[in-house]
Design a protein around this ligand. Structure first.
Ligand SMILES: C[S@@+](CC[C@H](N)C(=O)[O-])C[C@H]1O[C@@H](n2cnc3c(N)ncnc32)[C@H](O)[C@@H]1O
Length: 273
């Protein structure tokens, strides 16, 4: 998640799912002229610019924000112009306006980001603060994912425990993403839930090599190892995934992984306390 070029090369799954969510929800949202839109956890910005913006009216301005400086630098260098801006922001930070002039948004979208945020309550309050009254929020998060299971197994292996001890600080991995708790957090942060849609999904990678690049592109823990250790970690990941049935071999070298997502559409009804 810190290598923008690799991420852009291997994010067809994320592009597909953002498009599916937008196709379903965009016509159920109310639109005014010249809206200001925020994409939380925009990564390298390609989903913001070449997926999200395709579904929005032409007169919107769009801001992408991400905790990762690498991602934001890449997005700024590649896409920033009058219509698209990119800013570094930790959505789970209690002081979001520290490096950013106060700004409010008509809509907030967030695709495949919130499961990485340690303080979801703070993130929900921040998104509420950043939205105008009546503004709408759309979030897409995995609620079950083979990587959650994989990371738990890697952490359990004494060989990796020391280097991977940071994994323990990610609740989504160790407790899984709690669907009901997330909805309650949104409600107690001033949102009304319009819809919450759980879907079983899968994705077919054309080869094991392609899958491994995908895994590396979304795995924030790989930066803790390099060289032969990275090779060994990758081999262990594949072994665990195949043994545990988290990754299935199909015809023509294809491999498939399955996961469940939660898409939430909510509206700001009052200011977070
Ligand atoms: C899997 S990527 C998704 C990127 C893009 N939305 C997409 O759909 O391709 C998750 C992104 O969330 C960002 N992220 C993780 N924690 C965050 C936080 N606390 N605040 C803002 N962004 C965060 C990561 O840096 C990463 O770029």
């Amino acid at each position: 998640m810190f290598n923008p070029s690799l991420y852009v090369k291997q994010n067809n799954l994320q592009r597909r799912d953002a498009a599916l969510v937008l196709q379903d929800l965009i016509h159920r949202m109310s639109w005014n002229q010249e809206e200001n839109i925020l994409d939380v956890g925009c990564g390298p910005g390609d989903v913001t610019v070449s997926v999200l913006s395709n579904y929005l009216p032409d007169d919107v301005t769009i801001v992408g924000c991400d905790i990762s400086e690498n991602m934001i630098k890449y997005a700024q260098a590649t896409y920033e112009n009058k219509r698209f801006k990119f800013r570094q922001l930790d959505v789970g930070n209690s002081n979001i306006w520290m490096n950013w002039d106060e700004e409010s948004f008509d809509k907030i979208f967030s695709f495949y980001c919130l499961h990485w945020v340690k303080d979801l309550k703070q993130a929900a309050e921040n998104m509420n603060t950043m939205l105008k009254n009546g503004g709408e929020l759309v979030t897409l998060t995995p609620i079950t994912h083979p990587f959650f299971e994989l990371f738990r197994k890697i952490y359990d292996d004494p060989k990796w425990r020391e280097q991977m001890k940071v994994m323990k600080t990610y609740d989504t991995i160790f407790k899984s993403f709690d669907h009901q708790e997330y909805l309650q957090v949104l409600e107690s942060s001033g949102f009304e839930i319009i819809s919450a849609d759980v879907k079983e999904r899968n994705y077919t990678h054309t080869s094991l090599e392609e899958f491994l690049e995908y895994l590396e592109s979304v795995n924030p823990f790989v930066k803790r190892v390099s060289g032969n250790k990275l090779k060994e970690l990758t081999e262990d990941c594949v072994k665990i995934m195949l043994q545990e049935g988290l990754l299935k071999r199909k015809k023509n070298d294809n491999v498939v992984h399955e996961f469940t997502t939660l898409t939430v559409h909510a509206r700001k009804v009052k200011q977070a306390i």
